[in-house]
Design a protein around this ligand. Structure first.
Ligand SMILES: Nc1ncnc2c1ncn2[C@@H]1O[C@H](COP(=O)(O)OP(=O)(O)OP(=O)(O)O)[C@@H](O)[C@H]1O
Length: 432
């Protein structure tokens, strides 16, 4: 039971493969009843004081596991996304890693200086000015006064709070406080950044700037863990992800795979015998990155929504979306994979608006993007499609990793995964 810090100084020659956070069999229990919780706390302290052994690995009445046997590693320069529904244990895990609370069992080993961005404006004193808070905050994160002086202008330029810098932080909007917190954390140039939902506030332009900065930091060797409810934010920036549910690690690994499982559990619990409309939850303006996917479905060429796709028949793939303001140069990207079968999952079709140079100018409000397929080349089977809305290949507005649909046979094809429309001819050689 420990949160061990191996070395708080930067390694002189940081190796990319070096493990900077190692979480091993980590568990944390809580009790919802405050009185009971206080009683257990006193009981634990007393047992520790008299040198007794308390049973950390069993639950007492009223307790529950907020985290149970969590294992993962984060390497230098890697970005890890933490996903999971409300109450899954994401914040608890970050709070343990940042040393704010202790685990009951297991360990966290950290190599490097950690900057936690755990709560909005956490660490800020509301009655102090922005300027005073920058000094206080950055010195807590390990910088000398001289170092803070040198970086001060960069911090206020990044946070864009030039005029308000000498006003008390309590007069700041939540977006301004978030911008200042983020700027302080990144300009301390930590080896490890822990970011809990703080990027969920702030306007779209600022969020895009933060993501660009995170890319830059990662390229320089900063590792970070990002908690976000929006899978697209995780997909946008993280190499790996961990999916937690009710305190348990459901799956960890490559981001796409983890998000796919998360989305399957979130939206697609029902059976997918036939295609249907997939509605996605509405995002608030602060959650949105400017253009959101709201629904996914197919139409026939007469415009009717269709439930069953048939190999060889024409079909329109439709993306219902919502733009918070006018957006230009939008491209739609579709990747279709097979599900199951001997070979497992494999990409069978990739369509990119960018490759086809099809850019949309999307006015503010609800819109529908369509991709017309004059005939559906997919053979019968179940497929999963990932859908991305991007701008200029860099900026991702929204992503859905797994929209499942089934394709039925037109009765005229053999057992294969590809439908080819064809004309059978007999040509006489003299005429050709
Ligand atoms: N101090 C505490 N005392 C009792 N229960 C707690 C405490 N802190 C967290 N919990 C509970 O532990 C569980 C995990 O909470 P946590 O905040 O880590 O979830 P989360 O995945 O971050 O959720 P969200 O996405 O809503 O922020 C929840 O059931 C929460 O109510």
């Amino acid at each position: 039971m420990s949160t061990e810090i191996i070395d708080r100084k930067t390694a002189t020659h940081p190796k990319k493969s070096e493990v900077v956070i190692s979480v091993e069999r980590l568990s944390k229990k809580f009790c919802r009843d405050l009185k009971q919780s206080l009683f257990y706390g006193i009981q634990d302290i007393t047992t520790d004081l008299v040198g007794g052994r308390r049973k950390s690995d069993t639950l007492r009445p009223g307790e529950f596991w907020a985290l149970k046997d969590i294992d993962f590693q984060l390497r230098r320069g890697e970005a890890l996304g933490l996903v999971g529904a409300n109450g899954a244990g994401k914040s608890t895990l970050l709070r343990i890693i940042s040393g704010l609370i202790k685990p009951d069992t297991g360990s966290v080993k950290i190599r490097g200086r950690v900057a936690p961005l755990i709560a909005l404006g956490a660490g800020f004193n509301p009655i102090l000015t922005g300027r005073e808070n920058i000094y206080a905050n950055m010195s807590i994160l390990g910088l000398s006064t001289q170092e803070i002086k040198e970086r001060f202008q960069d911090v206020i330029d990044f946070a864009e709070i030039w005029n308000a810098i000498d006003a008390p932080v309590q007069t700041y909007s939540s977006g301004m406080a978030a911008r200042l917190g983020f700027a302080c954390a990144i300009y301390t140039e930590p080896e490890i950044l822990l970011i809990d939902e703080v990027l969920a506030v702030g306007d779209i332009k600022f969020k895009a700037k933060c993501y660009r900065k995170l890319h830059e930091l990662r390229d320089k060797g900063t590792s970070f863990i990002l908690v976000n409810h929006n899978p697209q934010a995780i997909l946008h920036i993280c190499d790996f992800a961990v999916y937690l549910s009710k305190g348990e690690l459901i799956v960890s690994g490559k981001t796409e795979k983890v998000i796919e499982k998360y989305e399957n559990d979130l939206f697609l619990n029902d059976t997918h015998e036939s295609s249907q409309v997939l509605f996605l939850p509405e995002k608030t303006e602060s959650e949105s990155l400017g253009l959101d996917i709201r629904s996914l479905f197919f139409r026939d060429l007469e415009g009717n929504i269709i439930k069953s796709l048939v190999s060889g028949k024409p079909v329109n793939f439709c993306v219902g979306c919502q733009a918070h303001q006018r957006v230009d140069n939008v491209t739609l990207h579709l990747k279709i994979k097979t599900i199951g079968g001997e070979g497992g999952m494999g990409t069978v079709l990739f369509l990119s608006g960018e490759h086809d140079e099809k850019f949309f100018e999307i006015p503010s409000g609800k819109q529908e993007l369509q991709v017309e397929l004059p005939y559906l080349g997919l053979g019968p089977g179940t497929y999963t499609m990932s859908i991305k809305l991007k701008q200029s290949s860099i900026y991702t507005f929204d992503v859905v990793e797994s929209f499942r649909f089934t394709v039925k046979s037109n009765g005229k094809m053999s057992e294969c995964c590809f439908y080819q429309p064809r004309l059978w001819k007999l040509a006489s050689p003299e005429k050709s």
